[in-house]
Design a binder for this molecule. Structure first.
Ligand code: FPP
Ligand code: MG
Length: 309
């Protein structure tokens, strides 16, 4: 779907990278930074609700992509960690709002009761709003050793990824399509490139921008990010059918009960897996020119297609 001419890295080369340790180390750094980012002050109720969802676990994929992309271009953690945290704040906000009764009406997220089940709908809406606003404040307040121009570019991309050109736009079309099983692959792609893809792309690109990557680098990373974004969603749809509630930490089989059109409902499970693997191969391919330095991001791409949760 999205192609590149660069030479393919064999999967063995990528598999040789110790991704498990890499993800564990990076997740620990992100979890600690998120914990530190949001002390409880007055009014305590809202900080507790914000912290409840922000610190509920999760793969921390978006922050790790940001840290990894920054490192690929010689940037440091001081430069990217605040943006990495902001990405998780925005992602968490979108999940709190997505789970609300007016949206997907879900009771469980990341293995725990959803925010509105714990704190009520009014506080859950405000907790989401609080996290969204704080994400931008946090980037400006905490980013170090980066020029204001680069920080502005990151803010621009974050705003675009959240608004109608990103999460909001994708969610609106997703809601419109509920109950319709005959939607086209193009519509499904629109939903997911906006609802999931936009923030994943921003995660990768913001890390690279903070490190001072060139326009050509950003083009390579865009290819990588767009391919992993779509593959991520295809795998999400597959897992909704094949994984258990315990594995997912949220209600399984939801797409079928909500009569949502998904990639497996259009292509079937096997073809969906094939399409996801094809996208991942293209993502890996887009970074081949960076050699070993790209192993972490390439291995993350493989992880997206092999993940079980
Ligand atoms: C999960 O999708 C939901 C998202 C990835 C984003 C939803 C976006 C919004 C609610 C817009 C929020 C933005 C603002 C500014 C309020 P899913 O329902 O397919 O996946 P799930 O099974 O994990 O719930
Ligand atoms: Mg949902």
């Amino acid at each position: 779907m999205i192609t590149t001419e660069a030479k393919m890295v064999t999967s063995e080369t990528v598999i040789n990278f110790d991704l498990e340790t890499y993800l564990k180390d990076k997740k620990a750094i992100v979890d600690q930074a998120l914990d530190d980012s949001l002390p409880i002050i007055d009014p305590e109720k809202i900080y507790e609700a914000m912290r409840y969802s922000l610190l509920a676990g999760g793969k921390r994929l978006r922050p790790i992509l940001c840290l990894g992309a920054c490192e690929l271009f010689g940037g440091t953690q001081t430069m990217s960690l605040p943006t990495a945290c902001a990405l998780e704040m925005i992602h968490t906000m979108s999940l709190i709002h997505d789970d609300l009764p007016a949206m997907d009406n879900d009771d469980y997220r990341r293995g725990k009761l959803t925010n509105h089940k714990m704190y009520g709908e009014d506080i859950a809406i405000l907790a989401g709003d609080g996290l969204l606003a704080y994400a931008f404040e946090f980037v400006v307040d905490k980013t170090e050793n980066v020029t204001p121009e680069r920080i502005l570019q990151v803010i621009f991309r974050l705003g675009r990824a959240v608004g109608a050109r990103g999460l909001v736009g994708g969610q609106v079309v997703d809601l419109d399509c509920e109950g319709k099983t005959d939607i086209s692959v193009e519509t499904l792609n629109f939903i997911h490139t906006h609802k999931t893809g936009a923030l994943l792309e921003t995660s990768v690109l913001s890390g690279a921008i903070l490190a001072g990557a060139s326009e050509e680098d950003l083009e390579n990373l865009t290819l990588y990010a767009q391919n992993i974004g779509l593959a991520f969603q295809i795998i999400d749809d597959i897992l909704d059918i094949t994984a258990t509630q315990e594995e997912l930490g949220k209600t399984a089989g939801k797409d079928l009960t909500a009569q949502k059109a998904t990639y497996p409902s259009i292509w079937g499970l096997e073809e969906s897996k094939k399409q996801a693997q094809k996208l991942i191969d293209e993502a890996v391919n887009a970074l081949t020119i960076y050699g070993e330095k790209a192993f972490p991001l390439q291995a993350i791409a493989q992880f997206i297609v092999n993940r079980k949760f």
